[in-house]
Design a protein around this ligand. Structure first.
Ligand code: HAM
Length: 415
């Protein structure tokens, strides 16, 4: 039997209600904040990600799915969407509209990681990008939007960790400081991290080797921002304070992608265990220029949708997410199937979700089926009723039933 590839999953009909709930809640709140949806291809020129995410990162070095197409081009399955959106922003001259381009996206991403709960090789992200402003209040707005999305979903027990990596110059001095801190432990680092020490010391913080993790956890890190970036970060924090969003500053939030500058943040959630980052984001003020666009500042975030679904399943999942039939049409005798079919058709045409079981013979079995489907009402058609142009409507919640004229059934059910 051919099975789904390791690290990929079918999202089955029983689970889809949860996914649709996440998507529609996202669409609602993004709309309120002025974001419009964008869809970009899942395949891109591999160099887009190598140039933006960085060739020393885990994503590019170990996790990206890259293949040569028939024309010999190097193609990647997108490991994330920010680079694709920046490409689309430049290619389609979205900057011509002026102001801030506020975009959101929902879709699959691909990373060849070791699969475990909440970590897959094909996973879904829901995220936003605000391109065109360096105003610190935009940073506060973006963080507030991420928190608001979680609140709207009913996900609690989340924590926002905030940091600023500063401008390009600051990043260099931050790296120098980190190099100094890691130097005494150089021999104890894994082989990959020894390479990272020279190439990009920040990546040591992403290492999953236990010994490197312990070293990274124990070194002391302080902020090293220039005056402008320190002022920007103060204003971001003040913006969040004004609207009462709680956060903790954590200088060890360095992010696993190279394009970040200034504000970076991660949101963790208690119910997720080791894979607890439910959302991550930050500013990438140099990326648009680096990808041959104008010098344009930007900021965004992405949530992992599997992790959102997991948090909802473990915590306060809103009830009634299962798709349910409002009305079940039951027949007391095979001869009335035609009448039932016609009634069901008119119910559905007037927007009432209805179901029938064409194959079950006994009324008792049909009632059981109606219960299983969570139907609110069962409409029963029998010989007597057809003759009198009436049906029986049974309220499945309070177990009462009454006769209703066939003509008035839609009005009655709507009521
Ligand atoms: P990221 O931290 O690589 O950032 O991913 C964002 C989120 O995607 C993570 O916090 C996690 O919830 C989820 N995620 C990542 N990898 C996996 C995986 N293998 N399985 C399941 N979930 C996963 C980015 O992708 C940036 N593009 C975010 C961003 C947008 N920054 C600015 N704008």
């Amino acid at each position: 039997m051919i099975k789904a590839l390791r690290g990929t999953k079918d999202i089955l009909p029983d689970e889809i209600g949860l996914w649709q709930y996440i998507e529609s809640s996202g669409r609602d709140i993004f709309n309120i904040y002025g974001y419009k949806e964008i869809k970009t291809p899942v395949i891109e020129d591999a160099s887009l990600f190598i140039r933006s995410i960085g060739d020393a990162t885990d994503i590019v070095q170990k996790e990206m799915y890259v293949f040569s197409d028939r024309g010999g081009r190097s193609i990647a399955l997108r490991p994330e969407a920010t680079a694709s959106i920046v490409r689309a922003y430049i290619e389609n001259s979205l900057f011509q509209a002026g102001g801030v381009s506020k975009l959101f996206y929902i879709g699959p991403m691909f990373r060849s990681e070791r699969p475990q709960q909440g970590r897959q090789r094909q996973f879904y992200q829901i995220g936003v990008e605000a391109i065109g402003s360096d105003n610190p209040l935009i940073d506060a707005e973006v963080v507030a939007l991420a928190a608001g999305f979680l609140e709207q979903l009913g996900i609690k027990k989340f924590h926002i960790k905030l940091n600023s990596l500063g401008c390009q110059k600051d990043k260099i001095s931050v790296m120098e400081r980190h190099k100094k801190s890691f130097k005494p432990y150089l021999e104890k680092l894994c082989e990959t991290c020894k390479g990272r020490f020279d190439k990009n010391v920040l990546r040591i913080f992403d290492c999953k080797e236990p010994s490197c993790k312990t070293i990274a956890e124990n070194i002391a890190v302080e902020s090293a921002l220039c005056g402008d970036c320190a002022d920007h970060f103060e204003k971001v924090k003040k913006g969040l304070d004004i609207i009462g969003i709680e956060y903790a500053v954590d200088y060890k939030i360095v992010r696993g992608l190279d394009y970040y500058t200034k504000t970076v943040f991660e949101i963790t959630q208690n119910d997720l265990g080791a894979k607890d980052a439910i959302c991550a984001g930050g500013r990438y003020n140099n990326l648009i220029k680096e990808l041959d666009g104008n010098d344009t500042p930007a900021i965004g975030f992405a949530f992992g949708m599997e992790r959102l679904a997991l948090a909802l399943e473990k915590g306060s999942m809103p009830h009634a997410l299962r798709p349910r039939a409002n009305v079940f049409v039951a027949v007391a005798g095979e001869g009335f199937c035609g009448e039932a079919f016609k009634l069901l058709y008119s119910l559905r045409r007037s927007g009432i979700a209805g179901e029938i079981d064409y194959d079950t013979k006994s009324l008792k079995a049909q009632m059981r089926k109606a219960e299983k489907l969570g139907a609110k009402f069962v409409v029963i058609l029998g010989e007597e009723e057809i003759k009198n142009k009436k049906v029986i409507v049974r309220d499945m919640e309070n177990h009462s039933q009454k006769e209703v004229e066939l003509e008035k059934i839609i009005i009655e059910l709507r009521r």
